[in-house]
Write a protein that binds this ligand. Structure first.
Ligand code: ATP
Length: 350
């Protein structure tokens, strides 16, 4: 089977489970991000895939071959992978073209082939005009493109990227996300990308694995992760959200000052958690027609952000929610309003 499989993967450091029971299957050509806060275990996972660190449990299988387990470990250079780091790690004494050609020369390809593939790759990363420059004569973004070209030119089985954009300034970082996506779409090299930046993960990835305390909380497409978060952690980590806690009672599930029918929720726990995105709530002066959730209340604060209004809505009972509205939806602070959400926008989480 082609692709990458992480099977019950774990790594302990003393008493700390840095990575625990990670199960991920990557299809060939897929781009996966490992996303999570500092210390969640994403770098440890990547280092195990790369072969810099042995797992203490489980195994890693690349294109059908076990490359890592506690008993056996294929050295990094035998795994057919390329890696890109935060620091560009390109050779300062070589030109752009020489940097890109390096891996091909190492593999003793003939000169014409090296020239052809180097040229093709420089074109793909849009550096053909700068082929004879030295790294010191390039911007940060250009240097990172050289690193990308150098990593891809050898056609690795797997590309590993460890926070490759963190040294770039904000606007360049944004451009480079799309650049990475475009280049990946062209070459479809199976890729694993480590980042703590959710936008970076959302732009570049086919799927995202959200990691918390060494465990995968959810692995899904960016759209699913955002619209259907499964856990409180995922809902809070990806984008902004209103998280409400309800208690199951005789009449349904009681939230602060309102009750929703029990039939809307699964499970049998006494506590029920839901996530409602700020843009899933709609404000109106008149009471809205049928909606899963509709509450009377007031605007208690607002800010105009250009593309949107950011409102704080509060009910009599003291429940506060953030609401994002379009520029023409203007409500004054203190104004009585209704806030409503459709059934499928009230997402139950664990
Ligand atoms: P960051 O974004 O800050 O790099 P991360 O998600 O990549 O964080 P890891 O570097 O994988 O996190 O670390 C996961 C956990 O394992 C942390 O609690 C860390 O302190 C611990 N850890 C990592 N490497 C070692 C080590 N060599 N010895 C002991 N503990 C370690």
């Amino acid at each position: 089977m082609k692709g990458l499989v992480l099977k019950d993967l774990g790594r302990r450091f003393g008493a700390v489970d840095a990575v625990k029971d990670v199960n991920i299957e990557l299809q060939p050509g897929e781009f996966l991000s490992l996303l999570g806060p500092s210390g969640c275990g994403k770098t440890t996972t990547l280092r195990m895939i790369a072969g810099f660190l042995a797992p203490t449990s489980g195994s890693i299988i690349l294109d059908g071959v076990e490359v890592s387990s506690p008993q056996n470990s294929l050295p990094p250079e035998k795994r057919g992978m390329s890696m890109i780091f935060q620091s560009y790690a390109i050779w300062p004494n070589m030109t752009v073209a020489q940097n890109v050609a390096f891996g091909l020369n190492l593999r003793k390809l003939d000169r014409a082939e090296v020239k052809r593939r180097t040229g093709e790759m420089l074109e793909a990363v849009r550096l053909n005009m700068l082929a004879d420059r030295y790294p010191s004569e390039l911007s940060g973004g250009q240097q990172q493109r050289v690193a990308l070209a150098r990593a891809l030119v050898i056609r690795p089985k797997l590309l590993l990227l460890d926070e490759p954009l963190s040294n770039l300034d904000a606007s360049l970082r944004e451009d480079m996300r799309f650049e990475i996506k475009r280049i990946h779409d062209e070459f479809r090299i199976t890729s694993v990308y480590v980042t703590h930046d959710q936008s970076e993960a959302m732009v570049t990835s086919d799927r995202i694995a959200v990691i918390n305390h060494g465990r995968v909380e959810q692995i899904d497409t960016p759209y699913e992760i955002y619209t259907r978060p499964k856990t409180r952690f995922v809902a809070g980590f990806i984008g902004r959200t209103n998280q409400l806690t309800g208690r199951r009672g005789a009449a349904g599930v009681d939230f602060t000052g309102f009750t929703l029918p029990d039939a809307l929720f699964t499970g049998a726990d006494t506590e029920v958690f839901v996530s409602i995105r700020p843009q899933s709530l709609h404000l109106s002066v008149e009471e809205p027609a049928e909606n899963a959730l509709k509450l009377p209340g007031r605007i208690t604060a607002r800010a105009f952000l250009g593309e949107t209004w950011d409102y704080v809505f509060a009910t009599e009972a003291g429940l506060e929610m953030r609401v994002v509205a379009r520029p023409h939806e203007i409500y004054e602070v203190g104004a009585p309003v209704w806030a409503a959400a459709a059934r499928d926008q009230v997402v139950q989480i664990r």
